[in-house]
Design a protein around this ligand. Sequence first.
Ligand SMILES: CSCCC(=O)C(=O)COP(=O)(O)O
Ligand SMILES: [Zn+2]
Length: 203
Amino acid sequence: MSLAEAAAAIVAAGRRMDRMGWVPATAGNLSVRLGPGDVAITRSGGHKGFLAAADVIRVDLAGRPLDPGTKPSYETLLHCGIYRRFADAGAVLHGHSVAATVLSRRAGDAIRLAGYELLKAFPGGPTHDAATDLPVLDNDQDIPRLQAALEARWDAAPDAPPGYVIRGHGVYVWGSGMDQAMARLEALEFMLLCHLEEGRHTR
Ligand SMILES: CSCCC(=O)C(=O)COP(=O)(O)O
Ligand SMILES: [Zn+2]
């Protein structure tokens, strides 16, 4: 995919995430795999609902900027970690929703999503009668250390879903391309909101 095509998909996805209230202030970051060794990702800072094509820049799979003077997302290594580990990942979305933030502050090391029709948006859930344990990682400003903790979780649970939550911070989701990543993000955010509402009504 060309950088221009990737930037167009990222700009549109950022607008959608903003409309849904998932990227307040300058929160969130978005990326698309360009080829075997490079990724298009949002620059650090800036509102993700008001991106221009020039706010999307190229990095290699180690997270190094490929164009001089550009500053990729602070969380670039988390995107690259997904692309390195999952060959079928073509797009990654990260947002800071209220549901993901509140639920993860109360959760242990996973949030169990079970019995939701929208689990069908995730792999391995052919019916609503399925369950998935969404990993929850402690937040860490040391991104390489956070990535190392993720690698350990993925090693221990190779069937983990294509997403995770960072406690008190937000959600990461990926898919084969932007359409699938967005569908999964919408499904996940819907289920997290249901989970939050259920908690409110069963107290
Ligand atoms: C104000 S949000 C704090 C940083 C963050 O969590 C985020 O998602 C945005 O960081 P970026 O460097 O990608 O703009
Ligand atoms: Zn973030």
